[in-house]
Design a protein. Structure first.
Length: 372
């Protein structure tokens, strides 16, 4: 009921906007037409709409995108809705009124964000979903990591060390389609162990907005249900892993209970070298970001040949497939991911320059750090 009311209100906003902009509004009906009618002397402008800047990864990715735009001579308009999906739609509407040539969006709410695609297409602007899927709309492209693989790697890292015992499952934000894909990957690995009776999930709960505080409470619930008899916490990202570890520390269990994660946040890597977190999944966001920026820049320029070349599979560190968003099978760029543990931080995170060694090992005396 609330979703229908929200969509009705949005339609009213959209009608009012079109009325106010009058004849100046572009209504081509297709995202390709704008590129062919665009003034060649006008500087390219790309819109980048994100859901939050509260997480470390998003701050870094905005900086990466800005650098790419500066290096390639086009303008980047960035706005964050700070976890308010209604505000995100309003911000995109504002971007379109400023004449952006392409939109890159990380949807705060995948289900309700489909209206953004129609709004952009009515203005002749192509839309690329970034990391989070835009559902229920005629989305042009989607670029993300292989999120089922992320879930598989998280579960594998734990079952290799903890093949038997009670597990707590801490899921991500239910509003994020990636959280569901990660859950699918986790369960694919865990099912044989659960079927044999070797592993038991004592509790499984979602953490709205990937909130570490909610993850901490969910972990506390699991510890209570199992009377602290738990061998591992399957946390769906590094933020929820941090919340879970807080709950474990309160019970004197941090470092003895396995904990997974993803994103390779600096705090998570510091926990891994300290021994309180078992693993994370390294998603090379610099590759995701540069590939996404290359795609939206080509779309904004109307460079169909370069776009077709990327779609044909000519990308590094990933592959191209299809993802059903509820409206269509969207052409999707799926970037590779890697498990990171204490044993391979040097050959992955440090080698790639994702984080500096002094940051990761800041609490480890220099004479006890691995050699570079």
């Amino acid at each position: 009921m609330l979703k229908k009311l929200f969509q009705s209100l949005f339609v009213g906003m959209l009608v009012l906007s079109v009325f106010l902009t009058g004849c100046s509004a572009i209504n081509t009906g297709t995202s390709n037409q704008k590129a062919t009618t665009k003034d060649k002397n006008k500087k390219i402008v790309v819109g980048f709409s994100i859901g939050t800047t509260k997480q470390e990864r998003w701050q870094k990715e905005v900086d990466m995108a800005k650098k790419y735009a500066a290096d390639h001579g086009f303008s980047l308009l960035v706005q964050s809705c700070e976890e308010d999906p209604n505000k995100q739609i309003q911000q995109v509407q504002n971007m379109l009124s400023q004449g952006i040539d392409a939109l890159l969006i990380s949807a705060q709410d995948g289900d309700s964000s489909g209206v953004v695609v129609k709004m952009a297409h009515d203005a002749g602007v192509p839309v690329v979903a970034y990391d989070r899927l835009v559902r229920n709309g005629d989305l042009d492209y989607y670029i993300t990591f292989d999120n089922e693989k992320v879930g598989e790697l998280q579960a594998k890292a734990l079952v290799e060390k903890y093949p038997k015992g009670n597990y707590i499952s801490i899921l991500g934000g239910p509003e994020d389609n990636n959280a569901h894909l990660i859950k699918n990957g986790q369960e694919k690995v865990l099912k044989p162990y659960i079927d044999k009776g070797d592993i038991k999930i004592v509790t499984q709960q979602w953490s709205k907005g990937w909130d570490p505080t909610e993850a901490m409470k969910n972990t506390e619930n699991g510890l209570t249900a199992a009377n602290n008899n738990v061998v591992a916490v399957l946390a769906s990202n590094d933020g929820t892993a941090g919340g879970a570890i807080q709950a474990l520390q309160a019970q004197g269990l941090a470092g003895t209970v396995g904990v997974s994660g993803q994103d390779a946040d600096i705090a998570a890597l510091q926990r891994i070298v300290a021994g309180t977190q078992t693993s994370t999944v390294y998603k090379p966001t610099q590759i995701l970001n540069s590939t996404a920026m290359e795609l939206v820049y080509n779309l904004a320029k109307g460079d169909k040949k370069s776009v077709e070349n990327m779609v044909s599979g000519n990308i590094q560190h990933g592959h191209v497939g299809k993802v059903d968003n509820g409206t269509k099978d969207v052409t999707t760029f799926l970037m590779d991911v890697t498990t990171v543990t204490k044993d391979n931080i040097m050959s992955t995170i440090i080698k790639d320059g994702f984080h500096k060694m002094d940051e990761v090992y800041k609490d480890v005396p220099k004479d006890q750090r691995p050699k570079q």
